[in-house]
Ligand binder design. Structure first.
Ligand code: CMC
Length: 436
């Protein structure tokens, strides 16, 4: 009998089945042969929230959540954060190898020459309300690019795909910066192609009347490191949205808008904004124990803590903590850091957090640093979406070129009524409806 197989006995019928095990996984469709009779659809698995289901094979990002390991294409995140630029890492994610110097030069050139937005896209952004949330503007404008580049629908053409990848990585900082300038009522700033990716983003955010924007090198580097840390994180909620929507052969602008929509949620990328709100609410170090008590009583969650995959310290949070110190040397220390450090200290010693393996995640310290850099909390998730665009596109490429992939279409366990007799409206009696 094969060692790499699972033998299942169905107690309903007494029948025994053998299904192969590959990569520690059985194929859910292999269970369909397990039936109680010819009318039976066959056995399914039930896995709400994909707690234990692999939806794809991927060679992009590796995470060992118990050991706190994160690697892109085999390279540890710590090494990439120390030695690379974000665009180098984006190339690695997309093409599988670190670029040699001439390849990087061409890649940077190609991205840099796609930073401009069509003037109609600029006008489109002008139409948002003055107080629109930047993430709502980001999502909608990325989707609107689908109307500017209709050829993007040809998702099976590799040249067209590459063109959209360059456009999206080039344009997302421009959209993000415009969403910020729109909020504060400043005129939009056009990209400056002499600047690096992070510097140009800072230019589009903060240039006022000076002829040429000069970024502080330590802040520009810190932003680039933040971009590297956020570039990909395998099959999280946003990436799953990207893959799921793209599986319908939807164009990458619309698919990426869905991924960014998922990211906007407070349990996902929106958590960095929520962490700042939480620190404001706590107010001072002295109030931390009372706040932790409320968390333990189940009234609230400690934002920026916990992760579906990491059951150890999130390696990105460690690098962010270190990078924040570099930023504070330039900007001065954000007083919220003391509250955050106290929260972490108490939480990491507390039985509730230890038992559940809850550690700070990527969002715990990033907001404090972003705020010190001059970003408003509403911009934090947009700052996450810029680099994640590279990861989403790498995952999209992998999906489109994977012969095993088909339109994503989960099954359900139907819990509703069996067929019912229609009642005409004049014969219906009011029924209390639960509004929960
Ligand atoms: N504060 C307090 N308790 C928590 C927290 C938290 N932040 N996170 C999880 N728990 C508890 C949870 O109540 C549950 O306890 P019990 O077993 O008594 O019911 C246990 O820990 C397991 O949690 P879960 O909700 O089953 O875990 P999950 O894998 O479904 O959720 C999570 C993961 C990230 C959604 C969750 O930890 C959370 O809501 N954290 C706060 C929001 C946050 O920081 N999100 C950013 C995630 S990292 C970046 C990203 O994905 O974009």
């Amino acid at each position: 009998m094969s060692q790499s197989a699972l033998t299942i006995t169905d107690n309903r019928t007494g029948m025994t089945y053998t299904v192969p095990i590959e990569n520690g996984t059985i194929r859910a469709t292999d269970l369909r042969q397990i039936k109680t009779g010819p009318e039976d659809f066959g056995l399914m698995t039930y896995d709400p929230a994909f707690m234990n289901t692999a939806s794809c094979r991927s060679a992009i990002t590796y995470i060992d959540g118990d050991k706190g390991i994160l690697r892109y294409r085999g390279y540890p995140i710590e090494v990439l954060a120390e030695h690379c630029t974000f665009l180098e890492v984006a190339y690695l994610l997309l093409f599988g190898e670190l670029p040699a110097a001439p390849e990087l030069k061409n890649w940077v050139h190609d991205i840099t020459h796609h930073t401009m937005l069509h003037e109609t896209t600029k006008k489109f952004m002008e139409g948002f309300r003055y107080d629109a949330h930047p993430m709502a503007m980001f999502v909608s404008t990325v989707a609107a690019l689908s109307s500017v580049y209709p050829e993007a629908r040809q998702v099976h053409d590799p040249h067209i795909r590459l063109h959209q990848i360059q456009r999206l990585i080039g344009k997302v900082p421009s959209i993000a910066a415009m969403s910020y300038r729109h909020n504060v009522g400043f005129p939009y700033v056009y990209p400056d192609n002499d600047l690096s990716y992070a510097e140009n983003f800072m230019n589009m955010l903060w240039k006022m009347v000076e002829p040429k924007y000069v970024a502080h090198p330590a802040i520009a580097r810190a932003l680039d490191v933040l971009f590297i840390l956020h570039a990909d994180h395998e099959q999280n909620c946003g990436t799953n949205a990207m893959r799921s929507v793209s599986s319908a052969q939807t164009d990458p602008y619309l698919s990426l808008a869905s991924a960014a929509s998922a990211l906007a949620g407070p349990l996902h990328g929106g958590a960095n904004e929520e962490v700042l709100k939480m620190l404001d609410e706590i107010g001072s170090k002295a109030n931390v124990p009372a706040y932790i008590k409320k968390v333990k009583e189940g009234h609230i969650k400690l934002m920026g803590f916990g992760h579906r995959i990491y059951k150890n310290y999130d390696p990105r949070a460690k690098i962010i903590k270190w990078t924040a110190e570099q930023v504070f040397q330039v900007t001065g220390r954000n007083p919220k850091l003391d509250i955050a450090l106290e929260l972490e200290r108490i939480a990491l010693e507390d039985e509730y957090f230890i038992k559940r393996k809850l550690y700070p995640n990527v969002d715990f310290y990033s907001g404090i640093m972003y705020q010190a850099m001059g970003f408003r909390p509403e911009m934090f998730t947009v700052l996450f979406a810029i680099p994640r665009t590279a990861g989403w596109l790498a995952q999209w490429q992998e999906l489109i070129t994977d012969p095993e992939q088909k339109i994503a279409r989960p099954r359900q366990i139907y819990t509703g009524h069996d067929v019912r007799q229609f009642v005409p409206i004049e014969k219906r009696t009011p029924v209390a409806i639960s509004r929960e």
